[in-house]
Unconditional design. Structure first.
Length: 112
């Protein structure tokens, strides 16, 4: 999903669940430099091909990020309200399922 598509999805506010599939080639395609959070619902992140790393922002300012590595055929559910971001291990095909209402993005900083 290109950055423009992501911005539109974040702003959708339709109240509908979104199922999206997309081919990603670079970390920029998955907003690796931003944290994302869905306050209204969990998000299923599925790696259909390739490989990704899903990072969870630490709860404490001095805490370490938790990371889950997904290979083709694997999925993880991101809890509602949990800040997360993706990085690629290889070009990948991904699928996400979530309620996008209220989705927030925050630029990564040196402290989080």
């Amino acid at each position: 999903m290109c950055q423009q598509d992501r911005a539109e999805a974040v702003a959708s506010g339709s109240g509908a669940w979104q199922i999206a599939t997309f081919h990603v080639v670079t970390d920029a395609d998955v907003h690796a430099d931003h944290w994302e959070m869905h306050p209204e619902a969990e998000e299923a992140v599925c790696c259909l091909s390739g490989g990704i790393r899903l990072h969870f922002r630490p709860d404490a300012p001095d805490g370490a990020e938790d990371m889950v590595r997904l290979q083709a055929g694997a999925a993880v559910v991101v809890p509602r309200g949990r800040w997360h971001r993706l990085e690629l291990d290889a070009p990948s095909d991904l699928m996400s399922i979530t309620l996008r209402d209220g989705t927030r993005l925050e630029k990564r900083t040196a402290t989080h």
